[in-house]
Design a protein around this ligand. Structure first.
Ligand code: ADP
Length: 307
């Protein structure tokens, strides 16, 4: 009988502009590694990284706690977490741990859960970081590729991205508030006007069509959000310049990655991705902010059997 299992889950970007709380894309920039080991009793978390070790406050811990209860597992479980995804930068760090934990738990106890159920259990873990359950990052991290999240009831639709889709991500070295996701959700308007809603729906629909047609240009050109991005951009110093610079250097579309503060530019493999990344760096530098830039592509998910 297996007593230990290790699963790797990718970073992800949520929203992709107009798809707030609905779209997610797994990206091969960073990975979290979670090892679950059966023990006699209790749930313990072992990590060298700066994340909560109380299972209630750790996204992987909360997933394990919930699944253990739901499937009436008598064993104790040790959770070893090796972070690769930087926490709190809008790259789905808390989600990657949750996704890896859910997939590892499923394998360790041979539950054979389907994709939707894995996403549902992983999403529960987000309560530990964001204070609420949301599925865009975990769905991408569990299933890989591009995902559309439908709720009530939860149904995740996965689409394989075009092979030439590329992203440049700029991760600024700025201090993020402890409850960043809560803060950045707080600035979003409660009511929106019809014109803005129509614009966002048209762009979101075009993004889906772009993924279906494997058309990176259509995806990139449709990364336009007139609702959430304008309300949040003041939380990211230099955002307007970073975006403008990236577009001038050939990016197709630019937006905030998830709840930020990372900024993501969408492009194609044929573009000068280095030039786009450097232009984004200069954008942050104009506000005296250093940033790490990463050129990346879509990733497979934690539950993806194609290795
Ligand atoms: P993101 O998911 O974009 O990295 P969040 O703000 O949603 O950012 O999550 C980061 C917060 O979640 C941090 O405050 C961190 O302490 C908390 N957290 C809890 N568990 C984990 C985990 N396993 N990995 C990363 N962050 C975690």
């Amino acid at each position: 009988m297996t007593s230990s299992i290790t699963i790797k889950a990718p970073s992800s970007t949520a929203n992709l502009g107009p798809g707030f709380d609905v779209f997610g894309l797994a990206i091969d920039a960073f990975y979290d590694k979670v090892t679950l080991t059966k023990t006699k009793s209790g749930i313990t978390i072992i990590t060298d990284d700066n994340i909560p070790t109380n299972p209630e406050n750790n996204t992987a811990g909360l997933v394990v706690k919930n699944m253990k209860k739901r499937f009436k597992i008598k064993n104790g479980i040790e959770i070893k977490i090796k972070k690769g995804v930087p926490a709190g930068f809008g790259m789905g760090s808390s989600a990657a741990s949750a996704a890896a934990a859910a997939v590892a738990f499923d394998k360790l106890f041979s539950l054979k859960l389907d994709g939707n159920s894995l996403v549902e259990f992983a999403g529960f873990g987000e309560k530990a970081s964001a204070g609420s359950v949301h599925y865009d990052n975990v769905a991408a991290s569990v299933l890989g590729g591009f995902v559309i999240v439908k709720t009530n009831p939860l149904e995740v639709i996965r689409i394989e991205p075009p092979t030439n889709l590329r992203m440049c991500i700029a991760v600024p070295s700025i201090k993020v508030p402890k409850k960043k996701t809560k803060v950045s959700r707080g600035v979003i308007p409660k009511k929106i006007n019809l014109t803005d809603s129509v614009l966002n729906i048209s762009n979101a629909s075009a993004i889906v069509a772009g993924f279906m047609r494997k058309d990176s240009e259509l995806i990139g050109n449709s990364i336009k959000d007139v609702i959430v991005e304008p309300a949040r951009q003041h939380l990211i110093p230099g955002f307007a310049k970073v975006k403008q610079n990236a577009l001038k250097s050939g990016a197709l579309g630019v937006t905030i990655s998830g709840a930020g503060p990372s900024v993501i530019a969408f492009s194609k493999s044929s573009a000068n991705l280095k030039k786009i990344s450097q232009a984004m760096s200069r954008g942050f530098a104009s506000k005296k902010i250093k940033c790490q830039t990463i050129i990346c592509k879509p990733s497979k998910g934690a539950a993806d059997k194609r290795k």
